[in-house]
Design a protein around this ligand. Structure first.
Ligand SMILES: *Cc1c(COP(=O)(O)O)cnc(C)c1O
Length: 432
């Protein structure tokens, strides 16, 4: 199995976090998001421990909460003593409602509105990751109006192609995010921020992309960023206090994805970083990383009920389930890989090739193509899609007025509903 929280019970049912998934489907109904609380905590601890060991006591992992944003996940992040990154007033509001210490929150995004900025300052968000000149102006102006000085990092594009798929390759020069070193924009925005009275520039941020399996990307990024930092220190007398390396260690969606030892990788990055700082004669800044999917992805699993099996001779077979792109749009968006299993017949031979499709009125509503399921698959069977903890619930929609599934958390001693199932009343709540 692709993660150690999966197993097979004696009755041939898939288990997740030590529970029979078929029983959970019966108890809570489908579609159903399950989350393994211990796995989330384990990942938080791996990052926190490894980062402090490798970068020093002032290092801090920030959970990139766009991967999965709901109150309980922020409570867990708080209890595990890590920080968060947020990208909207909605995520800030959720974290505040969960009682998260907002001084450990970093506010991202390439187009923060004045209202967003004011909301963030009033809610004591610790740091703005400023994307552009207009934002620097706005943060400075609004901070002055509110009688405060805001901590910021500047988002830089180091110009590195992370060799992942284009949609998440955000560190290249051609990007809607940040300012490129290569074009001189990074230097310009740094000087600009330093000239502002109500802005306290702490340092820099970069994020080269997601689903990164190789620390090479971080070596290259550190190299480019530290050279820039050294240049700013020499030419502008600006001493960088914080460097944020972004997110992105990969997770295993399918068996062919590599296994990655996060702690080992961070140790390597730490070693390279120290060497480069020595070489350049600068102090090692406080390091931040922003893992999103690698904190929550394999802590999640989605269960569905099969509704129909359609065989089209010489073309393909379709297995329709009671969810789809409304709860997991990632195949529709960028053909993401997922492992799909028949949860109630794990031991049966899987030789029936099919597309597992959702129930939206949309041909592209596909969860996965070329899936192998047992040929006995039929209405009422339970389908499990693995590794859905990241970018599933957070990307869910009400397209076709489909209510969103609930999130049931599986902890060591208890299981509980963290997000309740949307009802039809919820669907019409805002209709006047
Ligand atoms: C999305 C994002 C992350 C997290 O990426 P993952 O692949 O989920 O780890 C981190 N930082 C920034 C700026 C992001 O946009």
């Amino acid at each position: 199995m692709i993660c150690d929280n999966l197993g097979v019970a004696e009755n041939g049912h898939l288990t997740f976090a030590g529970r029979d998934t078929v029983e959970l489907a019966r108890k809570y109904g489908t579609p159903l998001y399950l989350m393994d609380e211990e796995k989330i905590r384990e990942k938080c601890r791996i990052y926190l421990t490894a980062m402090k060991e490798s970068f020093g006591e002032n290092a801090l992992p920030l959970y990139a909460s766009k991967a999965a944003s709901f109150k309980q996940v922020y409570r867990i992040a708080k209890e595990e003593n890590i920080g968060i990154d947020v990208v909207s007033a909605g995520e800030i509001c959720t974290a505040v409602a969960a009682g998260f210490p907002m001084d450990r929150a970093y506010f991202h995004g390439n187009n923060k509105t004045d209202a967003d900025i004011e909301y963030a300052i009033k809610n004591d968000v610790g740091c703005f990751v400023a994307d552009n000149l207009e934002e620097i102006d706005a943060v400075d102006r609004i901070s002055a109006e509110l009688g405060t000085c805001s901590k910021i990092l500047i988002r830089i594009t180091p110009g590195i192609d992370p060799h992942t798929y284009d949609e998440v390759a955000t560190g290249k020069v051609d990007s809607k995010f940040g300012s490129a070193i290569e074009t001189g924009a990074a230097e310009e925005i740094t000087k600009y921020a330093l000239s502002k009275k109500n802005i306290d520039l702490y340092g820099f941020h970069c994020h080269v992309g997601s689903q990164v399996f190789d620390s090479d990307v971080y070596f290259k990024t550190s190299d480019v960023m530290l050279k820039f930092i050294a240049k700013m220190e020499k030419e502008e007398g600006f001493k960088t206090r914080e460097l944020n390396l972004g997110g992105g260690y990969g997770v295993r969606y399918v068996e062919s994805d590599p296994i990655i030892d996060i702690a080992e990788n961070i140790a390597l990055v730490g070693k390279i970083l120290k060497e480069k700082c020595d070489e350049l004669g600068i102090e090692v800044p406080a390091i931040r990383m922003e893992p999103g999917r690698s904190i929550v992805a394999d802590a999640g699993l989605t269960l569905y009920t099969v509704g129909s099996v359609k065989q089209i001779p010489e073309y393909r077979n379709y297995v329709s389930i009671d969810g789809g792109m409304t709860d997991n749009p990632r195949f529709a968006l960028y053909k993401s890989d997922y492992t799909v299993l028949l949860a109630n017949k794990i031991n049966a031979e899987s030789d029936f090739k099919c597309s597992v499709v959702g129930r939206c009125c949309e041909c592209g509503d596909i969860i996965q193509e070329n899936v192998k399921l047992p040929s006995s698959v039929k209405r009422g069977d339970i389908i499990a899609v693995l590794t859905t903890g990241a970018y599933n619930y957070s990307m869910a929609s009400n397209y076709n007025r489909v209510p969103r599934p609930p999130i049931v958390m599986l902890a060591k001693e208890r299981e509980y509903i963290a997000v309740r199932r949307e009802s039809l009343e919820d669907i019409i709540l805002n209709d006047l």
